[in-house]
Design a protein around this ligand. Structure first.
Ligand code: SF4
Ligand code: SF4
Length: 143
């Protein structure tokens, strides 16, 4: 009886630890979901993989950009093109004052801010299991 209980206890501990390790990022993001967000203009998120939907592409085309210059295909998805490890629309400007966020000397601004893709508009807001979360890679939360 004692041995059976000990085995069950070990299985429960291993399961909980494994689940925690697998969901560590999601748990952290959900915790950050309650925090206020203030963009530091560090440009970190502008180096991520950004998906484009058709409405995003149409909106950007209307600004006079050619699709091949800002969009590329990965399998059947359209993603934003990059240049120097950042989105082609990311532009360095002024002096960077958000000191904790980046090694960059300048702020990163978006050349198409009013027409930026849906993914950029929502960032860093996420949903995990229907729960509001914030992406823990966003420098706004790195105090
Ligand atoms: S990572 Fe966060 S703080 Fe930095 S530019 Fe993106 S949204 Fe703003
Ligand atoms: S479109 Fe603008 S906000 Fe979105 S990744 Fe590019 S520079 Fe950043």
């Amino acid at each position: 009886m004692y041995v059976e209980t000990a085995k069950l206890f070990i299985i429960i501990v291993i399961t909980v630890v494994t689940l925690y390790l697998l969901l560590k990022r999601e748990i952290e993001c959900i915790r950050l979901g309650k925090k206020d967000f203030k963009c530091r203009k560090c440009g970190v998120c502008c180096s991520f993989l950004i998906f484009l939907n058709r409405a995003d592409i149409e909106r950007i085309l209307k600004l006079g950009y050619k699709e091949k210059d800002f969009s590329k295909k990965i399998l059947w998805f359209n993603i934003l093109r990059k240049k120097d490890d950042a989105c082609v629309f990311a532009k360095e400007e002024g002096t960077y004052n958000g000191n904790k966020g980046s090694e960059r000397a300048k702020e990163i601004v978006c050349k198409i801010y009013e027409n930026r893709p849906q993914t950029c508009r929502k960032y860093p807001s996420l949903r995990f299991f229907g729960i509001k979360a914030n992406d823990n890679r966003c420098r706004s939360f790195n105090e």
